[in-house]
Design a protein around this ligand. Structure first.
Ligand SMILES: [Zn+2]
Length: 81
């Protein structure tokens, strides 16, 4: 099937991401003290750091963060501003 829309027209249809309340990860980052926050952000930014492993460490420390939440936040698919 031939798509008659130009690339620009198709891209113009990409919905803009609605920004809303922070996801669980974003809310956690807000609550942590600066040292812990930086450590979590560094782990998140490290593509090689396993999300399930990060999640387990956070849960062990009393923060209910799932692997999915971490993965979504990393991919910027969450609603964090
Ligand atoms: Zn988020």
């Amino acid at each position: 099937m031939v798509n008659k829309l130009s690339l620009g027209e198709q891209l113009a249809q990409v919905p803009t991401v609605r920004k809303g309340p922070r996801c669980g990860v974003g809310m956690l980052l807000e609550r942590l003290d600066p040292d812990d926050r930086e450590a979590v952000i560094n782990a998140m930014n490290d593509e090689m750091a396993s999300a399930p492993f990060i999640s387990r460490i956070l849960v062990d420390n009393g923060y209910r963060i799932t692997t999915n939440q971490i993965a979504r936040h990393r991919r910027r698919e969450c609603q964090c501003p």
